[in-house]
Design a protein around this ligand. Structure first.
Ligand SMILES: *Cc1c(COP(=O)(O)O)cnc(C)c1O
Length: 389
């Protein structure tokens, strides 16, 4: 059905564009219903890297022209009218598809729309997605393909970042890790990885056919992808997540804020105004660490920090915490947060103390963070005042 659709659609559009009728017949003859068919269809935003496959044309030509294990690519997609670079990608794919070695092997279907999309996500064997990590928000077409027994081969980004991990014997992935900061280098590496996974893993698996004419292992991949991955990406699951994580909590929050003529909302607004007005007048009077934790320290060694603050009328509205980051490969990773306790209070002057012990080996950075604290806030970022000490 899919091959028939491709032939019909390709021919119609070719003739509509005043293309040579004898040339189109030749191309259509080259479309092989027994080939492994790889689909790639989407908006041609440049981050989606539709050009990646065409990095090494000789290697690609060897893949698609292997007589024993034939492979075909079907592309479709549209670029935004204002996206010249995206349009350039389509032009490049068209050019390549017209080269003699790629005729009938790389097929571009014009006028991507929901009908073309539906045919593709139900008709191809593999769905290829090669976005620049980490720019893919979701990649919903891959989810649609998955539900139709099409196996995904994608960069671990968007939905596939989590989907692939549900069963790694149900599709293929390009690692989410960037090896190069230079994008051109990264593109080259990713392209080489795609070719080599196709040549060494994917194509041999597809053509490991039994006497009945199909590859039993390939069918296992399809079954596992439908059984283990697809059910997690239905609209039902999405709506349940929205209800549990957002709509229900938001509705409770709204009821609490608006009760009694918006009593709580007014209280919070007044509190925020009070804190904002006094914030710049807060003064740190003293910071004192009892033990020297910078030198010769060992895991288990206790330490105590004492900080004295003039709270400028906000003695009941502040909280202080010790924030520790671990340094790993030149990046900071949030390690632990430990709250201070109030140990004394004279008018506006509050003394805070934290006592703990060094827990883990490694290189750490630490700081103290003062922030406005009110149990009625939904979360801290709702009122993003902070003072690092
Ligand atoms: C699914 C679909 C999309 C979105 O695909 P992404 O993979 O999320 O970019 C766009 N256009 C059509 C016609 C679709 O069917």
């Amino acid at each position: 059905k899919f091959i028939n659709f491709v032939r019909r659609d390709f021919k119609e559009k070719w003739l509509a564009n005043q293309g040579d009728p004898s040339a189109v017949i030749k191309i259509l003859e080259k479309i092989n219903p027994n080939a492994l068919i790889i689909g790639f269809a989407r908006r041609f935003a440049t981050y989606k890297r539709a050009h990646l496959l065409f990095t090494d044309l000789d290697r690609l030509a060897r893949i698609v022209n292997n007589e024993q294990f034939p492979v075909q690519f079907v592309f479709s997609g549209k670029a935004h009218p204002a996206d010249g670079a995206g349009q350039g990608l389509i032009k490049r794919i068209m050019e390549v598809s017209h080269m003699p070695q790629f005729q009938g092997k790389i097929i571009f279907l014009e006028d991507y729309n929901m009908i073309v999309a539906k045919r593709l996500v139900t008709g191809v064997d593999i769905w290829l997605n090669t976005p620049t990590r980490p720019l893919e928000a979701s990649g919903t077409s891959g989810e649609k393909a998955e539900m139709n027994g099409v196996l995904n081969f994608s960069v671990l980004d968007g939905w596939w970042y989590e989907g692939y991990r549900l069963d790694e014997k149900a599709g293929w992935a390009l690692t989410e890790k960037r090896t190069f900061t230079d994008q051109a280098q990264q593109d080259k590496l990713d392209a080489a990885t795609i070719y080599s996974m196709l040549e060494n893993e994917i194509i041999p698996l597809y053509f490991a056919k039994n006497s009945k004419g199909y590859s039993p292992e390939w069918i296992q991949y399809i079954k596992r992808s439908i059984g283990h991955i697809a059910p997690q990406y239905t609209m039902q699951r999405m709506i349940e997540d929205y209800i549990d994580r957002f709509y229900t909590p938001e509705s409770k929050r709204f009821a609490a804020l608006s009760a009694d003529n918006n009593k709580l909302a007014k209280e919070i607004a007044a509190w925020k105004q009070k804190v904002a007005a006094a914030w710049d007048g807060i003064k740190v009077l003293d910071v004192h660490t009892k033990e020297d934790i910078h030198q010769n320290n060992t895991t288990g060694q206790p330490f105590t920090s004492v900080i004295k603050i003039d709270t400028n009328g906000l003695a009941d509205d502040l909280a202080l915490e010790l924030v520790v980051d671990k340094m790993e490969n030149n990046t900071e990773k949030r390690w632990v947060k430990i709250p201070f306790k109030v140990v004394s209070r004279e008018g506006n002057i509050v003394t805070y103390e934290v006592s703990d012990k060094l827990r883990d080996p490694g290189v750490f950075r630490y700081s103290y963070r003062l922030y406005p604290c009110n149990p009625n806030l939904p979360h801290r970022q709702d009122f993003a005042y902070v003072r690092w000490i």
